[in-house]
Design a protein around this ligand. Structure first.
Ligand SMILES: Nc1ncnc2c1ncn2[C@@H]1O[C@H](COP(=O)(O)OP(=O)(O)O)[C@@H](O)[C@H]1O
Ligand SMILES: [Mg+2]
Length: 201
């Protein structure tokens, strides 16, 4: 496209064809993204009453080896007797994504590598918090990290947070992020009270 624009005189017909092809590629990409998201967000029928403590413990088992490989220390604080209505596979997927991102972010930093995973119960809702002591995220980039294909990694797909946010939204919830440069990043996966099985609290 750049070389076409530099031609003298410009080849308008060729530029239009190239622009059309680029638009088609964008449309195809958008279709793939929405298809991928719907794959992860359908399946309300797979919902069950899930013990959050057990779900988080099972999830941490999946990332333990990766954390050890990068010398990341994990601390866990799980509230007792929290049950939520959810698709456990989706929620595990979201929490794995958050933890792997945290580990990857810290693997570049030389200072202490600490991953903290917590569950809390507040205002009727339930939150899973994943916090790291990594480099943090620039405030300009914070707006973009949930966008499909946004990645700052050489081999990053940029789909992890987009999919995780879609999973949270499929449960009526959301993922919030707060970050301090040089100190770390905190992601909160928040479930509304409608997903909480209250007779267990
Ligand atoms: N814990 C974190 N600390 C710092 N940056 C992060 C963290 N989690 C996500 N990011 C930023 O958000 C981007 C998007 O993350 P994600 O959607 O999982 O895609 P990917 O991991 O493939 O890059 C990452 O490339 C990184 O720049
Ligand atoms: Mg990722």
């Amino acid at each position: 496209m750049f070389t076409l624009a530099q031609k003298d005189p410009p080849d308008v017909a060729e530029a239009c064809t190239a622009a059309g092809a680029a638009l088609e590629a964008i449309e195809r990409t958008q279709a793939v993204v929405s298809h991928t998201k719907s794959y992860f967000t359908r399946g309300a029928e797979k919902r069950a009453e899930i013990d959050l403590k057990q779900l988080v413990r099972d999830t941490l088992q999946l990332i333990e080896t990766e954390a050890a490989r990068h010398k990341v220390e994990i601390s866990v604080e799980l509230a007792p007797n929290l049950k939520i209505q959810c698709d456990p596979v989706q929620i595990q997927q979201a929490v794995v994504n958050l933890c792997i991102n945290a580990i990857q972010a810290m693997s570049d930093s030389s200072h202490n590598r600490h991953l903290q995973v917590k569950t809390t119960h507040k205002d009727g809702g339930v939150t899973i918090t994943v916090e790291d002591s990594g480099p943090g995220i620039e405030s300009a980039a914070i707006q973009q990290i949930f966008d499909p294909f946004y990645s700052t990694k050489n081999d990053g797909m940029g789909m992890g947070l987009a999919i995780s946010q879609a999973c949270a939204e499929a449960h009526g919830g959301r993922i919030n992020v707060s970050s301090t440069l040089g100190a770390g990043t905190r992601f909160e996966l928040v479930f509304p009270s409608s997903q909480v099985i209250s007779d267990h609290i």
